[in-house]
Design a protein around this ligand. Structure first.
Ligand code: NDP
Length: 296
């Protein structure tokens, strides 16, 4: 079988960001203000610092206003909830994102639940999760929505295709499965208790791996011709002589490329889509808040 097509999430995301940037400019002309995204970071988690920095830069590059709130690790829940309430009330803020994970003493569900669902551009609020599960319009988590955009671009109609999602988290696996179901795929959700995971995955025309285990999915788990979306981001231990390990996904990319028809690389696949979709969700929120029709 010939080598799989690499699904270029980086290029797709760049085009989406450009389109969102142009629409944000049009919004500012009509509404007299830019769309605004507030990002709240509590503590000094190194990966979160990088993500928040990247989100702020991308927001500004897409002609939107970025409001960053960095709070110390020992911030108490009352202070954080007061900030969320202030952002809910702020008309310059269309989207609110609280960077997860929060330090252990803070209740993530309580904090996410305090965000106005109309500003919950991460789509983690129970109201938005509920809307997704009953087929109503709401904010959909950015990573799975980005995966769906890549799948739709690659495969078009997903009706009747067998899809296996590995992972059942609230932020990736479950919403991913819901979106695939809404697109009329036949969906299986696999997880750590699934029996014969390779056998389950081998049935799939579409595999979405969202596990957090480096290169777990092997070539012989895949049906020849499958489309593989690798959400995992795992850093391997550093090689001798290097201070940083390589980033890999949940799929053994090189060998899987021999069996799959198409596959997302890590990095450069799903990762860049997440921020692009966050900007898209913020733009949609801004149009809604201004009472304007949402652009396509
Ligand atoms: P979670 O840890 O919340 O969930 C992992 C899921 O994988 C769980 O449902 C777990 O099952 C399942 N799992 C763990 N081990 C196995 C196994 N051996 N076999 C089958 N299933 C298993 O992770 P997230 O969903 O938050 O993230 C998953 C991955 O995606 C991570 O690598 C993360 O870094 C990455 N990620 C990437 C993003 C991006 O922008 N590209 C955004 C978000 C996440 P169980 O429920 O039974 O414990």
């Amino acid at each position: 079988m010939s080598e799989a097509t690499r699904i270029d999430g980086k290029a797709f995301a760049a085009k989406l960001r450009e389109r969102v940037g142009a629409l944000a400019e049009a919004f500012a002309e009509t509404a007299g203000r830019k769309p605004g995204l507030a990002v709240v970071l509590v503590g000094e988690d190194a990966a979160s610092q990088v993500y928040v920095g990247a989100k702020g830069k991308a927001t500004v590059a897409a002609n939107m206003e970025s409001f960053e709130h960095r709070l110390p690790a020992d911030t108490d829940e009352g202070t954080l909830l007061a900030l969320v309430a202030q952002l809910n009330a702020d008309e310059a803020v269309d989207g609110i994102l609280v960077q997860l994970p929060l330090p252990g003493h803070l209740n993530e569900q309580a904090v996410i639940g305090a965000i106005d669902p109309g500003k919950d551009v991460d789509g983690f609020h129970v109201i938005n999760a509920g809307r997704l599960s009953v087929g109503q319009t709401g904010f959909v988590p950015c990573t799975p929505l980005g995966c769906m955009m890549l799948l739709a671009d690659r495969l078009g109609d997903l009706s009747g295709l067998e899809a296996v999602v590995i992972g059942r988290s609230n932020i990736v696996g479950k919403p991913m499965a819901q979106l695939l179901l809404d697109a009329n795929a036949t969906v299986t959700i696999a997880h750590s208790r699934t029996k014969d995971l390779p056998g389950v995955v081998r049935r799939a025309d579409i595999v979405v791996a969202a596990v957090g285990r480096p290169e777990m999915v092997k070539a012989d788990w895949l049906k020849p011709g499958a489309t593989v979306i690798d959400v995992g981001i795992n850093r391997l231990p550093p090689e001798p002589g290097s201070d940083k390990g390589r980033l890999v996904g949940d799929v053994a990319f090189a060998e899987a490329s021999e069996t799959a028809a198409a596959i997302t690389p890590v990095p450069g696949g799903v990762g860049p889509m997440t921020i692009a979709v966050l900007l898209r969700n913020t733009l949609v929120a801004a149009y809604e808040h201004a009472g304007l029709d949402t652009p396509e």
